[in-house]
Ligand binder design. Structure first.
Ligand code: ZN
Length: 66
């Protein structure tokens, strides 16, 4: 997910939400496009129920939802 006017650098992690110039990461998105809300380092997509953990600055899918 990329905000309006953002310049995306190739090193932006998968699922990272970045905005602005230079691109600044403000959060993470599920692969379905829903913004993820984290509890500690875990998140569950409110839309598709995919489960993620954040590890070493990377988002890892731990369970596929619907
Ligand atoms: Zn999702």
């Amino acid at each position: 997910m990329v905000g309006a006017g953002a310049v995306v650098k190739s090193e932006a992690p998968d699922y990272a939400i970045v905005v602005g110039v230079p691109a600044k990461q403000i959060g993470w998105a599920c692969r379905c496009g829903t913004t993820l809300k984290f509890n500690e380092n875990q998140a569950v997509c409110s839309y598709c129920s995919n489960e993620y953990i954040l590890k070493d600055e990377k988002l890892i899918v731990v369970k596929e939802g619907k």
